[in-house]
Design a protein around this ligand. Structure first.
Ligand code: CP
Ligand code: NVA
Length: 303
């Protein structure tokens, strides 16, 4: 099988996503029915974290065990990665011992260097630039609740960050529109996502961005690695809180999503994240189901 990495959303085609969403639904049904499914028995996944995580770790770790495989967990603090061993050397060594690697790190260039020197597939578990596994789960969740995302409108309210960049790639690939509203100074950079101008629209006012949206989504004001900017960002982002007024501008059946962890009273009001339009718990759970489909696909291809 040809070696395939998942470093950004645009690494797979629309057709491959259609397959993955179908597969994730099947794998989820098996999980809910307590049906044993061990296609990855004797396979090992290395999880490498250079930033904190709850969902990504639990979903990959539990998911790999459920598929019959096992997991090795490494962090910067407890491996030679934190003592300046070159990423290329780490990739050469780790990928001789495991079948699959997931990395959460800082610059996208770092995961790319790892992948270039890896003998096995590498999955992006979040970088400063992208978070493809999250958007995979988000779109799967949207489809479960509302059907196809093609032709729909997604409102992105907040930072022009890794989540925003990944949404842009997904919009271009799967044919939907993103309404983006960010504070001044925190705009998206289209070049990072590498997308055409016509798959998104920029709005100064977040209320306007939510108009007619099928899905309203946001993220923390300060991402991991940017903590020094926390206080400045709190002032800049004050009007970018998704509250019930914003949700009222969206379609009546609009969903709300957030990759979590969330800060109630900052980027989202409690009434929204804990309200009837919120899909955040399904969204979090679905990380596991879609990533099981992804791991199966990268290791075994189409079944
Ligand atoms: N959404 C997400 O990636 O969560 P964690 O940071 O907890 O992994
Ligand atoms: N944008 C956030 C997502 C956390 C899952 C971050 O990078 O910290």
């Amino acid at each position: 099988m040809k070696l395939k990495h998942y470093l950004q959303f645009s690494d797979l085609s629309a057709e491959e996503y259609a397959y993955l969403f179908e597969r994730a639904a099947l794998i989820k049904r098996k999980f809910k029915a307590y049906e044993k499914y061990h296609p990855l028995s004797d396979r090992t996944l290395a999880l490498i974290f250079e930033k904190a995580s709850t969902r990504t770790r639990v979903s990959f770790e539990a998911g790999m065990y459920q598929l019959g495989g096992s997991v090795v967990h490494l962090t910067t603090g407890d491996s030679q990665l934190g003592r300046a061993e070159p990423i290329e050397d780490s990739a050469r060594v780790i990928s001789r011992m495991v079948d699959l690697v997931m990395i959460r790190t800082f610059e996208q260039t770092k995961i790319e260097s790892f992948a270039q020197n890896s003998r096995v597939p590498v999955i992006n578990g979040l970088t400063n630039e992208f978070h493809p596994c999250q958007i995979l789960a988000d779109i799967f969740t949207f489809i479960e609740h509302r059907g196809s995302i093609q032709g729909r409108t997604v409102a992105w309210v907040g930072d022009g960050n890794n989540m925003a960049n990944t949404w842009l790639q997904a919009a271009q690939l799967l044919g939907f529109t993103i309404h983006v509203s960010t504070p001044r100074g925190y705009e998206i950079d289209r070049a990072v996502a590498g997308v055409r101008q016509d798959c998104f629209k920029v709005f100064k006012d977040p209320m306007q961005a939510c108009m007619g949206a099928d899905l309203v989504t946001t993220d923390v004001w300060t991402s991991m690695g940017f903590e020094a900017e926390n206080e400045v960002r709190k002032t800049a982002f004050a009007d970018w809180c998704v509250d019930s007024d914003m949700m009222q501008n969206a379609k009546p059946d609009a969903l709300f999503m957030h990759c979590l962890p969330a800060h109630r009273g900052e980027e989202v009001a409690a009434e929204v994240i804990d309200g009837p339009q919120s899909a955040v718990w399904d969204e979090a759970e679905n990380r596991m189901h879609v990533q099981k489909a992804l791991m199966e696909y990268l290791l075994l291809g189409r079944l």
